[in-house]
Design a protein. Structure first.
Lengths: 126, 387
């Protein structure tokens, strides 16, 4: 017998991926491994994240986690992306321990997006 | 999660609901003939008569002597008894077996166990559509082959093996022939007066009977040693108190099936065609197994580059099976689809629709919409690959 592997939050975010898509000409973080592909893109104005979007070929937990990241970081400082840690999202989504590696991969993708944003900001300031 | 009223149940190959006549029969037996059929008193004889009646009903469905049936807990036990029960009985002939890579785990794991004990097993691959060419089967038989075990209808793809032809080949070569008919008994006509089979496994819950009861047909003269010990029931081949109500349910399911197989097949063919028609124009959709000539109750398809676990969730409230043992612990792709030449990715995105007697046209039309929407959603969500 199998209990429902997805909690309400996973189901809600999976059903309503309102951040699905791409930010045109935005900074990008991309990951492909462990049976998943994920692409995050961001628009930043004045050091603030004005828009985040994602695309994912992944399991429901990763898709929900990507949606959660987008909802969490829009409107916040771009520098926070680099500090992202996935612990809270793991907890909120009740991610099974077997999928920890995938969520850590998402964490790396968020951080690489943060680096891409900072690189872009420094280039602009130069 | 969706409520029961919203569910679209298309997983009849996993299990079927109880037929109302079966439920009524079981209820009657539970209240009026709950006695131990081995008891030597009038009440026990009443239960024994119920068991005998069920044996006659199942015997009639297969055209066999009711005395040739051994009750088991289901097809898994029947498969174990058939294979293990003959393996050591015929060691004088040899220690070689023949089967297919696309068999159910209930056969695969038994042969794996025998391999650990030093027996040799030839694992045959089917063609891309799941069919086993009889020439390939015949070439695998050797002078030291004891037994060949081939499933009749494949539970994942609906591929139907020509058991009549394979049985004749076995008979000519002196090889025992076992058929796992879990997916075919009660669904297609099986006349064992014309199909030379030595052992055949069946289970009730695949054809509208109760879970927990099955049978092994054992042709007269077939050597078989018990795998369980502890009583004299069933000529000591399978001891244990008989579950009279379950056996009565199996018998009733056989009776219902005998009267409805032709109509069921007509119905399933029409609804499978409706389903295939509704999804076949999806870009990249392919059928796993035979496009024509398979069992019409099963349609297995895949669309390339769709993630299997997400597809299953996106398909809710549609109840179907995936092509992988995909859960949080495992993403092992189906070994059956791999044997058909599918890649891990292709197997993982496979969906098995299995239809049944209660499947309505409305169910199929809803399923088509749900499947199309799910594929579109996940395709729109996926990023382009970065080289």
């Amino acid at each position: 017998m199998s209990a429902d592997p997805y909690n309400r939050t996973v189901r809600a975010y999976f059903a309503d991926t309102e951040h699905r898509g791409d930010v045109r000409d935005g900074a990008v973080g991309y990951f492909e491994d462990q049976g998943m592909r994920i692409r995050l893109s961001a628009e930043v104005k004045g050091g603030m994240i004005t828009r985040l979007a994602f695309r994912a070929w992944a399991c429901p937990h990763v898709i929900a986690a990507a949606e959660a990241v987008c909802r969490q970081f829009e409107g916040r400082s771009a520098s926070e992306l680099e500090q992202f840690a996935s612990g809270q999202i793991m907890q909120d989504l009740a991610v099974p321990v077997e999928k920890t590696g995938r969520i850590l991969a998402l964490e790396d993708t968020v951080r690489s997006l943060g680096q891409a944003v900072l690189d872009r900001l420094s280039t602009t300031q130069d | 999660m969706p409520g029961d009223a919203d569910l679209i149940y298309l997983d009849y190959a996993a299990t079927t609901p109880l037929d109302p006549a079966v439920a009524a029969r079981m209820q009657s037996v539970q209240s009026r003939a709950y006695f131990n059929p081995s008891s030597n008193h009038i009440a026990g004889r009443r239960s024994a008569a119920v068991v005998q009646n069920a044996a006659e009903q199942v015997g009639a469905l297969l055209s066999v002597d009711p005395a040739s049936l051994v009750w088991t807990s289901g097809a898994t036990e029947a498969n174990n008894l058939a294979i293990m029960g003959t393996a050591k009985q015929r060691e004088h002939r040899g220690r070689h077996f023949v089967t297919m890579r696309t068999e159910h785990k209930a056969v695969v794991d038994v042969f794996r166990q025998l391999e650990k004990q030093g027996f040799e097993v030839t694992w045959l691959l089917p063609d891309a559509d799941g069919q086993l060419p009889h020439e390939r089967f015949e070439a695998a038989l050797r002078d030291d082959t004891q037994l060949a075990s081939i499933m009749h209808i494949n539970n994942e793809t609906g591929a139907v093996q020509d058991i009549a032809k394979l049985g004749v080949i076995c008979k000519e070569r002196g090889v025992l022939f076992h058929v796992d008919a879990a997916q075919s008994v009660g669904k297609v006509t099986i006349d064992l007066t014309t199909v030379p089979v030595d052992l055949l496994s069946l289970t009730a819950h695949k054809f509208y009977g109760p879970k927990g009861i099955g049978a092994l047909y054992v042709a007269k003269g077939t050597p078989l040693i018990p795998q369980m010990f502890g009583g004299g029931q069933q000529r000591r081949i399978r001891p244990g108190t008989l579950a009279v109500d379950l056996i009565a349910g199996l018998g009733e399911a056989a009776l219902v099936a005998a009267a409805s197989i032709d109509e069921d097949l007509r119905h399933l063919t029409a609804e499978r065609n409706r389903l295939l028609q509704g999804i076949r124009d999806i870009d990249g959709l392919q059928v796993n197994g035979p496009l024509h000539g398979g069992y019409p109750g099963i349609l297995n398809v895949f669309v390339a580059d769709i993630e299997g676990e997400s597809l299953l969730l996106a398909l809710e409230p549609l109840c179907v099976a995936t092509g992988s043992a995909c859960n949080s612990q495992s993403q092992e792709p189906s070994y059956v689809l791999r044997a058909l030449g599918r890649s891990d990715r292709e197997a993982q995105s496979a969906i098995r629709f299995s239809l049944g007697r209660n499947t309505s046209s409305e169910d199929i039309e809803r399923a088509v919409v749900v499947y199309r929407n799910a594929v579109e959603k996940l395709r729109n969500l996926a990023p382009e690959r970065v080289a």
